[in-house]
Design a protein around this ligand. Sequence first.
Ligand SMILES: NC(=O)c1ccc[n+]([C@@H]2O[C@H](COP(=O)([O-])OP(=O)(O)OC[C@H]3O[C@@H](n4cnc5c(N)ncnc54)[C@H](O)[C@@H]3O)[C@@H](O)[C@H]2O)c1
Length: 443
Amino acid sequence: MSQQGMSRREFVGQTAAGMALGMGLLSGACSAPSLAPRRRVGPNDRIVLGLIGCGGMGAANMRSLMGFDDVQVAALCDVDEARIPGDFKDVETKYGKAPDVYRDYRRMLDRKDIDAVIVGTPDHWHALNLIHAVEAGKDAYCEKPVSHNLVEARSMAAAARHHKSVVQVGTWQRSTREFTDAIAYVRAGKLGRVTQCRAWIADATRIGRGKVEPVPPNLDYEAWVGPAAMTPYQSNKVHWNWRWVMNTGGGLTTDWGVHMMDIALLGMSAGQDLVMPTEVSAYGGRYAILDDDRDAPDVTEALLQFEGPDFVMHWSVLRDHPGKPGHGTEFVSADGRTLRVWRGGWSLLDPDGKELPKEESEPVPTDHWRNFLDCVKSRGTPRADLASVAQTTIVCHLVNAALESGEVVRWDKARMEVVGESGKETLAYSRPYRKPWKLPVYS
Ligand SMILES: NC(=O)c1ccc[n+]([C@@H]2O[C@H](COP(=O)([O-])OP(=O)(O)OC[C@H]3O[C@@H](n4cnc5c(N)ncnc54)[C@H](O)[C@@H]3O)[C@@H](O)[C@H]2O)c1
């Protein structure tokens, strides 16, 4: 595999030391930096893409985007050498040209020919990957949840706005017929006045008991941990499993809450600017899965109060949900009807649970990945615009902040800030970045 002639030693050197010292991008405060030059992509041009994070979803997004003729994947980046070969081969086969391979994503961002990047890294890396990308004049397809904590989500949305970047978030349910139908039905007032929403995910994933191990030679663990707290390497806490470790993920409230609560928030809003809760309380913890290294809660019950429109949302992370799909969103109307939507369908139920006839709306005009490409060309607002999904992500973080602090957390939408101090001491609100990393702060 060609890795720009990089040896293993150079690979590690580029990530650990290079990531710490390169580009002078480690400064925290950002006094409105000037806009980076951006190539204007014409309607008939190919959009040149780079992938940051060649894992499960990053690679899946890349393959979806490679399905379009106006895409050229030029570069791949991962801090784990072992994760690159499959993607490398597919890109080489598709375009007849080997992609360039990077370990330090900022070296990829230096390239002028790359128009946009896919951010497919674990949640604790999204903020730096995304903000550095927009500062380099790139557009981005960024995976959900937008961030690891609330302060990051706010800064990311402000950074993209400042740099005029198009950022589509990977909440692809927003481009799926059952969800758009359900949202259109509620928004059109066909369900009447909605007084309650429910969203849930049933899951009992275990990551097992691991032990401290030597870091495998293919992985630059220092770079993988990045701004998170350094902990000794355990293979059961890295790829995929990081989402059940609160140092790197947010448990199922961020992993799935960002999908399922997103639909409730969209249905209750007129457009992409979402209704936000005024108060959030949450209860739960690790009750079911005890002999395991995960520290994410396996039970969460949260109540979120909204004003204007007035309604209550109930979010659950539970072990099972007999009689219901394992995940879903429900809207309950004042007259007792319930609209239930899940991946695969939606139904309208009377107060006895009997199915009522429903109407379908117009099909979604384009798929999620095509919508991103179209917006890169038109400079339009994508269907899962970062500013909007940052709001949903903040709602998830408010739930985790309430759970972690044991306090009722209040949100001021106009100031995009928690009211008072409740919840502010939590990892869900913000985190100290491990040196030398600093979050560029935009507002
Ligand atoms: N939209 C969806 O339905 C959906 C589904 C699954 C995952 N996701 C999201 O996709 C993201 C990735 O999840 P995953 O399950 O694919 O994780 P994963 O652990 O399988 O892959 C992440 C990859 O990023 C690499 N990486 C870590 N730090 C890096 C850095 N600084 N630079 C370059 N590469 C780095 C890792 O080595 C790994 O190969 C997460 O945010 C997750 O929430 C979204």
